[in-house]
Ligand binder design. Structure first.
Ligand code: NAP
Length: 248
């Protein structure tokens, strides 16, 4: 699967799942834009490493995906620097868990603004360039929580369910120019996001994963690579669970 000379933007691309996606796509010859929010050093380091290792063009660009203007500026910068945009991976996301009796308005809004509105903001500003590019893909990182719910995550579940709604709608809206829009719903993947969960919660979760181990960021990146490829050109509007059998 080669995607040489295609340009990909990965939001939240310097850590965890986003970093694995950036690495996998770079290994396929894709030029990479790593979007970051708070960590310029980490993002610049990843961009440099990928450029050196895979001989592709890379750039780390700051943006707050929850902000409409900042997202617009990001896409403008990508186009100025790379001339086109082919693959958008909406990966940036946060958690801020609490049972509904304790969750405050700010916790709800923050997660919705980053995880749901962020996907709208980036998709909205990249839709035109993707339609024009002649080869367009949007891949949204949702979550099994958006399909099945989870105690303490009413904000996160609502946002990720919304991402699935955006995915199916944009799949219909952008299909006439062969831009495909799909989502991946990861289960429990070992990243910073899950590292800080109490050991008891992690151990309990493991009992329900049929394959008997936590997922790795590369497990998600491999599916992104497939959805980004020519081989997946007849797949649009789907949600692929990558969860080791957690939700069987
Ligand atoms: P992570 O390592 O914490 O990565 C989250 C990324 O999002 C960071 O790179 C962060 O960038 C970026 N980000 C946060 N707020 C942002 C904003 N306002 N604007 C731009 N970027 C922002 O966690 P992860 O596990 O890799 O998560 C990646 C995605 O997978 C998320 O959408 C998450 O919901 C989803 N997911 C994860 C799991 C799992 O088990 N880990 C399961 C299901 C779904 P900075 O570091 O620069 O702030």
């Amino acid at each position: 699967m080669s995607l040489k000379n295609k340009v990909a933007l990965i939001t939240g691309g310097s850590t965890g799942i986003g970093k694995a996606i950036a690495t996998k796509l770079a290994s396929m010859g894709v030029d990479i834009v790593i979007n970051y929010f708070v960590g310029p050093e980490e993002a610049n380091q990843v961009a440099l490493e990928l450029a050196q290792k895979y001989n592709v063009k890379t750039k780390a660009l700051h943006a707050d995906v929850s902000n409409f203007e900042s997202s617009s500026n990001l896409i403008d910068e990508v186009l100025k620097e790379f001339g086109t945009l082919n693959i958008v991976v909406n990966n940036a996301g946060i958690t801020d868990d609490a049972l509904i009796l304790r969750m405050n308005e700010n916790q709800f809004d923050r997660v919705i603004n980053t995880n749901l509105k962020g996907v709208f903001n980036i998709s909205k500003h990249s839709a035109r360039p993707l339609l024009k590019s002649g080869y367009g893909r949007i891949i949204n990182i949702a979550s099994v929580i958006g399909e099945y719910g989870n105690v303490g995550q009413v904000n996160y579940a609502a946002a990720k369910a919304g991402v699935i709604g955006i995915t199916k709608t944009l799949a219909k809206e952008l299909a006439s120019r062969k831009v495909t829009v799909n989502a991946i719903a990861p289960g429990f993947i070992e990243t910073q996001m899950t590292k800080n969960l109490p050991e008891q919660v992690r151990a309990e979760m493991l009992k329900y994963i049929a394959l008997g181990s936590y997922g790795q960021p590369e497990d998600i990146a491999n599916v992104v690579a497939f959805l980004a490829s020519e081989e997946a050109s007849y797949i649009t509007g789907v949600v692929i669970d990558v969860d080791g059998g957690l939700t069987i």
